[in-house]
Design a protein around this ligand. Structure first.
Ligand code: C5P
Length: 432
C-alpha cells in the first residue's frame, strides 16, 4: 500500500557486504511497495551475498555495482543519483564502508555517490523549515545507516569513532541490535529489522512537514480505576484511534506525545510515550504539558467515575454474601480542566475531543463541543458494526466550533487520523 511519506520519494539504498544483505532485499521490497523509487547500489562484496538482479527485480529499476560501467549510458551515475536522492539508507553497513564514509573515501560507486550526497542534520520532530517539500539538497538529505558486523568489530573504538563522526554530521544510526551473529555468537552487531529502518527513514522524511516545530499531545486508551490491588474498572477502548492520531501528527513533522492508559497496540516509533493508569494521572500528565502543547487531542476513553475508596487488600467474598456495594465518585474531566487553564495561558492553540455515543450522535456531540469549549469534536457512533471501539475502521463526523459539520465515510483509523490532523492544522494556521 502506498505510504504518504515514501510515495514518489527517491531512495538511495546502499547495500554492503554481510550476511544481513538478504534482509536488504526485504527492505527494498517494502520501500518499493510504499511507492518509493529505489536506486540500489551494491558494493562488490554485497553482490557476492545477493545478486543485483534481486534488487533490480524488487525495485523495478537498475541495481548498480560498478563505477566504470553505466547501463543507462549516464557517464556520471554517482553524481546523477546523488542529486536525485530524497534520502539515503545504507543497510547493511559494514565496518569497512562505515570507515570509508566517515573519512570521505570514494573508491567505488557507493562511496563516490554518498560522498556527493550531503547529510541533512536531524533534529527529531523539529525543523526550522516550513512547508512539505522534499529536503533541500543544499541542506542535504537524511542519511539512515544500519550497521551490521561482528560484535568485536562494532565495539572497536575505531568503528565507534566513525559512527560518532557520522552521527555528529546528522546521520541517523539505527541499531545494531543484540542477538545471534553470523559466527553463531551472541552480541551487538545484528542489523536492525527492515521495519525499524523504514520507520527511521519515514521519521527523517517527515521533518520538513507542516507541523514541524509543533508539539501534539494525544490521550489514548481506557483508563483503569482501581477497586482493590488486583481489580479495576475500565472500558473497551483499544487505544488504536489515539495511536493513529499520534502517528499522523509525527508524519506531519510534529513532536508527538501519547499520554496513554494501557493499550492493545504498540506506541509507534518516534512518538513519546507517557504511560498512565487512572483518569487523575492522565489529567496531571496532560496539564503538566499544556504550556508546550500546540494541539491537544483527547482520544482516551476516560472513566467518568472511580471507586471512591479503593480497598487496601484484595476484596474477599464472605459465605452467603449476595451483593457488594461500591461507592463511585467523579474523576476529573480532563478537557474541562484544559479549557479552564487554556483561558489563562492561551495554550494549547487547538483542542480536539471525541464523542463516542450510542444515541443522538450529532446533538450530543454538539453539546459536548460547546460544554468543553473545544475547537473540533470527532463524533463517533460506537454502535455501528465495524466502526469504533477495538476495530481498525471508523466512521466519524467532524463538528467545528463555528457550526460546520463534515461527515466522513467509513475509513481506516489512520485515514481518519490524517483528516483530523488536517483540520487541526487548518485551525492552527487560521484560528478563526
Ligand atoms: O463527556 P465525554 O466523556 O463523553 O467526552 C468525551 C471527550 O472528553 C473525549 O475526548 C474524552 O477523551 C474526554 N474526556 C476527558 N475527561 C473525562 C472524560 C472524557 O477528557 N473525565
Amino acid at each position: 500500500m502506498f505510504d504518504r511519506l515514501l510515495n514518489g520519494k527517491r531512495v538511495l539504498l546502499g547495500v554492503t557486504g554481510g550476511i544481513a544483505a538478504y534482509k536488504a532485499a526485504d527492505l527494498c521490497s517494502k520501500l518499493a511497495q510504499a511507492g518509493a523509487e529505489v536506486d540500489v547500489i551494491l558494493t562488490e562484496a554485497a553482490a557476492k551475498f545477493v545478486a543485483p538482479l534481486t534488487f533490480a527485480a524488487l525495485s523495478g529499476r537498475p541495481a548498480r555495482v560498478d563505477l566504470w560501467t553505466s547501463p543507462g549510458g549516464d557517464p556520471i551515475p554517482h553524481v546523477t543519483m546523488a542529486a536525485a536522492a530524497d534520502t539515503v539508507i545504507v543497510a547493511p553497513l559494514s565496518a569497512n564502508t562505515l570507515a570509508k564514509l566517515a573519512l570521505g573515501l570514494a573508491d567505488n560507486l557507493l562511496t563516490s555517490t554518498l560522498l556527493a550526497t550531503p547529510i541533512a542534520s536531524q533534529k527529531p520532530g523539529f525543523s526550522e523549515k516550513p512547508g512539505f517539500s522534499s529536503p533541500d539538497q543544499e541542506q542535504g538529505v537524511p542519511w539512515i545507516l544500519a550497521p551490521a558486523m561482528e560484535s568485536h568489530m562494532w565495539a572497536n573504538p575505531l568503528t565507534q569513532a566513525h559512527a560518532a563522526a557520522l552521527r555528529a554530521r546528522g546521520a541517523v544510526v539505527v541499531g545494531p541490535g543484540v542477538g545471534r551473529l553470523a559466527s553463531g555468537a551472541q552480541g551487538a552487531g545484528r542489523m536492525a529489522e527492515p521495519a525499524e529502518i523504514l520507520a527511521a527513514a519515514r521519521l527523517a522524511l517527515a521533518q520538513g512537514g507542516p507541523l514541524a516545530g509543533r508539539r501534539v499531545v494525544v490521550t489514548a486508551g481506557g483508563t483503569q480505576e482501581p477497586l482493590d490491588p488486583v481489580r479495576f474498572l475500565t472500558n473497551a477502548s483499544s487505544g488504536k484511534m489515539g495511536v493513529a492520531l499520534a502517528e499522523a501528527a509525527r508524519d506531519l513533522g510534529a513532536a508527538a506525545t501519547l499520554v496513554h492508559a494501557p493499550l492493545a497496540v504498540a506506541v509507534p516509533f518516534g512518538v513519546e510515550s507517557v504511560p498512565v493508569r487512572t483518569a487523575a494521572q492522565m489529567c496531571d500528565a496532560v496539564l503538566a504539558r499544556l504550556p508546550d502543547t500546540d494541539i491537544l487531542i483527547g482520544a482516551a476513553a476516560v472513566a467518568d467515575f472511580r471507586p471512591a475508596e479503593p480497598a487496601g487488600q484484595k476484596i474477599k467474598k464472605t459465605p452467603g454474601q449476595v451483593d457488594l456495594v461500591v461507592h463511585l465518585t467523579r474523576t476529573p474531566d480532563i478537557l474541562a480542566e484544559v479549557a479552564a487553564r487554556r483561558a489563562e495561558i492561551g495554550r494549547p492553540q487547538v483542542v480536539i475531543g471525541f464523542a463516542a455515543e450510542t444515541q443522538d450522535l450529532l446533538a450530543n456531540a454538539a453539546a459536548k463541543l460547546a460544554a468543553k469549549k473545544l475547537d473540533i469534536i470527532v463524533a463517533n457512533d460506537v454502535t455501528e458494526p465495524g466502526s469504533g471501539f477495538g476495530s481498525d475502521d471508523n466512521r466519524v463526523t467532524l463538528l467545528f466550533a463555528d457550526g460546520r459539520q463534515e461527515a466522513l465515510p467509513i475509513m481506516p483509523k489512520g485515514e481518519v487520523a490524517a483528516r483530523v490532523l488536517e483540520s487541526a492544522l487548518a485551525r492552527l494556521v487560521s484560528p478563526h
